[in-house]
Design a protein around this ligand. Structure first.
Ligand code: GRF
Length: 223
């Protein structure tokens, strides 16, 4: 394996549709990378079934078995040590990571969040967007830093909020976009087009002053 080949660990807690989307793009040859392992904080996550179907090694690390966040994160780091991981992808991973983990992978942890950050960090974003009568919603891929949902944003995709929306319909429309922007960001990272140094993003070797907004031009890059 080449030194700069992008070996990925995906951390999950739930259904894993984002994991599946990234995996599909790798299998179709659109992303030159490999998912070396999937780690779930939830033993019943459907993500684990998806990983096993793709012959990806899986690990379950349940936070309830650890006395502290630090101890849980140390176990994550220990588990990952045997893989030569270049990128950590958080895909519906429902644990907040401590500095122990974040400093082990500086500029190498991506997360997807279902809102147009910095709006609506935290949970229940779709419900909160509807309650706030927003006309626009979406999702963001960002690098993970010590501050929850506040790391530098790489790319966002927007969807209109319709008067007929409920949380399920809105969430489904946002999820469709997640399945495009996450593989795209992973692809850029694997190509070394996307780099994060000292919390600043560089894209094609230029500082990225404002995050990218998904357009059809980008969607073509994924094919
Ligand atoms: C997605 O909405 C993601 O934005 C959020 O959790 C959900 C995970 O979905 N962080 P899935 O497990 O990838 O289907």
């Amino acid at each position: 394996m080449q030194d700069d080949f992008c070996s990925i660990a995906v951390l999950v807690s739930g259904g894993g549709s984002n994991l599946q989307s990234i995996l599909d793009h790798i299998q179709q040859g659109h992303i030159n990378a490999n998912i070396a392992c999937v780690i779930s904080s939830n033993p019943n996550a459907y993500s684990l079934v998806r990983a096993k179907q793709a012959n990806i090694p899986t690990h379950v690390i349940e936070h309830t078995r650890y006395a502290s966040r630090e101890a849980f994160d140390q176990e994550l780091v220990r588990t990952l040590e045997v893989y030569n991981i270049k990128l950590i992808v958080l895909a519906g991973f429902m644990r907040v990571l401590s500095n122990t983990f974040i400093t082990a992978y500086p500029g190498r942890i991506l997360n997807i969040h279902p809102s147009l950050l910095p709006k609506f960090p935290g949970l229940h974003t779709h419900q909160r967007v509807l309650e706030a009568n927003e006309t626009e919603h979406g999702c963001s891929v960002h690098f993970v830093t010590a501050n929850l949902d506040q790391g530098p944003v790489v790319i966002q995709a927007k969807v209109p909020v319709k008067t007929t929306d409920n949380t399920e319909r809105l969430a489904a429309r946002v999820l469709e976009k997640e399945h495009i922007i996450y593989p795209l960001a992973v692809k850029w990272f694997s190509q070394n087009k996307l780099i994060c140094l000292d919390n600043a993003i560089y894209f094609d070797n230029e500082p990225l002053s404002t995050h990218i907004i998904l357009t059809t031009k980008h969607e073509i890059e994924l094919q």
